[in-house]
Design a protein around this ligand. Structure first.
Ligand code: ATP
Ligand code: MG
Length: 356
């Protein structure tokens, strides 16, 4: 079989992004030849440093190359200035828009040997809800009033719910192929607040229900939960969740909250996903407090590389990376300082590469 060659963009960005993205590249290059995968890489600019050098946080060239040459990318982190800087806005937010990456996917998982193992993924709608940023402020007799539009569409709700169903099926396939899990069957939990927001969240809920009623999701159990009660249960009983699908704002909050369940930001990956394109992105930021010391935990990035591959239908390659990372964590000998160890970024990467 001829090797499948695919070009990936590498966008380190700022701070520890520059230290962890090379680790992501190394693990992709180290995948066994028997998988028949070959990667080409193209280094691309974005971020605050790029903004200072060129006046653009996301140069047109970066977007053009991603669109015309790549099917995926790894994005490190960008530092956000503490006070607003004129002309600067987040390049990852812009990239999501320009490439129509409509889903943000965040798996939150411990190793199976943890005292209380968890294994969930939060699938967040990424284009609408309160994030349409249509706000206004006006004066009244009683002072200022500010309003924001919360927009929910059938199209966006349907495609995000469909993606959640597909993810649930894929996770089940990986389990049946021998992947370890605490779950017995695929489950999607729809979250909303339609008891209060009967129109907007009501539409999200009914559309998601409808999408998940498709015969192809026959084997997927579907539940729903009001978002506040979900937060409570997420912290009391996180093992109850497999796939959570949420509108933009609830998804944003739930995914940061869930990340807190696993001990370090340095472990949590994410992917920004659209049609045929996925960007892997560690959940952490540029971590200026530890940059330049070579001690950043690379695992969030390695898992993000695997997640990107999952969405490009390279599940076998993804499974190998997950297993190698889990083996490193389970043994617990070469851990970075955020996990209580003494290992440098490179030492963690080398340990994981040995296990591939
Ligand atoms: P930014 O504005 O870029 O988000 P931040 O100051 O909020 O930067 P984060 O990157 O969000 O920093 O990190 C929050 C905390 O978690 C910091 O103390 C950081 O050192 C730690 N942290 C984040 N990522 C990692 C990692 N990969 N390895 C080790 N520690 C990390
Ligand atoms: Mg931060």
């Amino acid at each position: 079989m001829a090797a499948r060659t695919a070009r990936k963009g590498l966008i380190p960005g700022d701070g520890i992004g520059k230290e962890v993205i090379p680790a992501g590249r190394r693990i992709l290059e180290a995948l066994p030849a028997s998988l028949g995968l070959k990667f080409e890489f193209v280094n691309l600019k974005a971020g605050f440093e790029t903004f200072e050098q060129t006046g653009a946080a996301l140069p047109d060239e970066t977007v053009q190359i991603l669109k015309s040459e790549c099917d995926g990318a790894l994005f490190g982190a960008v530092s956000s200035p503490s006070t607003a800087v004129k002309g600067y806005s987040s390049p990852i937010v812009a990239l999501r828009k320009k490439l129509d990456l409509y889903a943000n996917v965040r798996p939150v998982k411990t190793v199976m040997t943890a005292p209380k193992p968890i294994d969930m993924v939060i699938v967040r709608e990424n284009t609408e809800d309160l994030y349409v940023k249509e706000e206004k402020t006006y004066d009244t007799e009683n002072g200022k009033v500010a309003e924001a539009i919360k927009r929910i569409s059938q199209r966006a709700s349907s495609r995000i719910a469909t993606m959640a169903g597909e993810i649930a099926l894929r996770r089940q396939k990986i389990r049946e192929a021998g992947g370890q899990s605490i779950h017995k069957g695929p489950l999607v939990t729809i979250t909303h607040k339609s008891n209060v927001l009967s129109q907007t969240d009501g539409l999200f809920r009914s559309t998601a229900r409808e999408a998940l009623a498709d015969p192809k999701f026959q084997s997927v159990a579907v539940e729903e939960q009001i978002v506040d009660s979900m937060v409570y249960k997420l912290f009391r009983q996180p093992e109850a969740y497999d796939v959570i699908v949420a509108p933009n704002l609830y998804g944003d909050i739930l995914s940061d909250g869930a990340a807190a369940l696993v001990g370090s930001l340095g472990l949590v990956p994410s992917a920004n996903v659209g049609e045929g394109f996925a960007i892997g992105e560690p959940c952490h930021g540029s971590a200026p407090d530890i940059m330049g010391q070579g001690i950043a935990n690379p695992i969030a990035t390695l898992r993000s590389a695997a997640l990107m591959l999952e969405f490009l239908n390279e599940e076998q390659a993804a499974a190998k990376i997950y297993a190698a990372v889990d083996a490193n964590l389970e043994e617990g000998k070469l851990l970075s300082p955020d996990l209580g160890g003494k290992a440098k970024t490179d030492e963690v990467v080398e340990d994981i590469l040995r296990r591939l």
